[in-house]
Write a protein that binds this ligand. Structure first.
Ligand SMILES: Cc1cc2nc3c(=O)[nH]c(=O)nc-3n(C[C@H](O)[C@H](O)[C@H](O)COP(=O)(O)O)c2cc1C
Length: 392
């Protein structure tokens, strides 16, 4: 029954009938300006620590959950924790990726501090590292002190321009060798191995092998109930939901918005693996993957909590360096996740990248390339913003 209704909708008639009113306004299919207001530069007179946080909250982070909490009670200090309500236990059972997002947040905060002539003294996990599961302890404490001699970071200029871009890239325009070197240099402050496949013809077999693993891992994620339902819970479909939450996975595609509005997209139920909706997403990802001209990765030897934070710090720098040279980027973490159903691709990607587990951990795998000529700029992803997230 549900399938027949869906096909009729995909055919067009019923959708048009159901959404004729809201369609006229059109705004249901756009990200509302308030949801992305955080990407405007903060007012110059914003209190120093809040000015730093206003930049840090633009960090890339898994499913855009923005799980960061800041304690500002001690003057000159920022203590950072994670919101236990905003973790992703199905796709990220050990919180490795959440800590990478925390690292990205921290890196932007430290860059912003330098920008304001502040020396930042950083203590990672000041009360001890979490064990297998994340706990309520702080992931970082930052003490600030004015120091006009602190060097500014040229990557700071990209903070408001950085994006994750999930669209297809130009298959014929991989990053140049020089661009690859710029990305590598951005990650150099951290003890991680940076790799890139796609800049030279000799990379072709490895590039193809990465594509195969990425596709299989994506298929597994979409057809495994726990990770799929975790994503379904944080879908924000249409302008009103996007504006209400300002986090999660943003969907503005008219058909899905229409289905959600008319109650025909039931997000409480695991979609059948052979459903049209799931197959459509797999096909779409396959096409984007086939056109991907290059992948980059970051590998740590070991997998300590501090290394996971460093991997996030390194990734945001690579993302910013990409933005500076006009490269789009898109993490593809499915094969790096630790839930049992994806163990095959996990092993395969580690072997392929010369990083056998458990000695090594591939912390990041991301698509990288140029958008096809004439493609419009990618709008930013929603953020809750300074006041909503950290109080007025
Ligand atoms: C550790 C980490 C893992 C991520 N994994 C994925 C992923 O597998 N697929 C994806 O589409 N985006 C992934 N992202 C990107 C986030 O979804 C993105 O940063 C977030 O939605 C906010 O968007 P923005 O980066 O454009 O600000 C990841 C980001 C981080 C930091």
């Amino acid at each position: 029954m549900q399938r027949r209704r869906f096909i009729r909708l995909a055919g067009g008639g019923l959708v048009a009938a159901a959404v004729a009113g809201p369609l006229a306004a059109c705004s249901a299919f756009e990200v509302p300006p308030g949801a992305v207001a955080a990407w405007q530069p903060p007012a110059a007179d914003t209190e120093l620590r809040r000015w730093l946080l206003a930049h840090a909250l633009l960090a890339p982070n898994p499913h855009n959950m923005q799980p960061w909490l800041a304690d500002l009670r001690t003057p000159g200090e920022i203590t950072l924790r994670l919101d236990p309500q905003r973790l992703l236990p199905a796709t990220d059972p050990y919180g490795r990726q959440i800590l990478m997002g925390a690292g990205a947040f921290l890196e932007l905060l430290l860059m912003a501090a330098a920008e304001r002539g502040q020396r930042a003294e950083l203590a990672l996990f000041p009360d001890g590292e979490p064990a297998e599961r994340l706990d309520g302890r702080a992931f970082a404490r930052v003490r600030l002190a004015a120091d006009a001699g602190v060097p500014r970071d040229p990557l700071f200029a990209q903070v408001l321009r950085r994006r994750t871009d999930r669209r297809a890239y130009d298959p014929a325009r991989p990053p140049s060798v020089a661009d690859g070197q710029a990305l590598q240099a951005a990650a150099a402050p951290f003890a991680l191995r940076f790799g890139l496949a796609g800049s030279t013809a000799a990379d072709a077999p490895r590039l193809q092998a990465i594509r195969t693993i990425a596709r299989e891992a994506w298929r597994l994620e979409l057809t495994t109930e726990a990770p799929m339902m975790e994503s379904m819970k944080v879908l924000r479909i249409g302008a009103a939901e996007i504006d209400r939450h300002r986090d999660g996975i943003t969907i503005t595609r008219p058909l899905l918005v229409a289905l959600a509005r008319t109650g025909l997209f039931d997000r409480s139920r695991f979609p059948a693996p052979d459903s049209q909706a799931t197959q459509g997403q797999i096909d779409e990802f396959d096409a984007v993957t086939a056109a991907t001209p290059a992948y980059l990765w970051l590998v740590s030897e070991g997998n300590r909590r501090a290394q996971q934070v460093d991997a996030g710090r390194a990734y945001v720098r690579v993302n910013l360096a990409g933005s500076a040279v006009g490269l789009a980027m898109h993490p593809n973490q499915q094969s790096l996740q630790e839930y049992p159903e994806v163990a095959g691709p996990y092993r395969a990607i580690h072997e392929l990248l010369g990083a056998p587990a458990p000695k090594f951990t591939v912390q990041m795998l991301a698509r990288v390339g140029h958008l096809p000529a004439g493609t419009a700029a990618q709008p930013p992803a929603p953020r809750r913003g300074l006041a909503r997230q950290f109080g007025a």
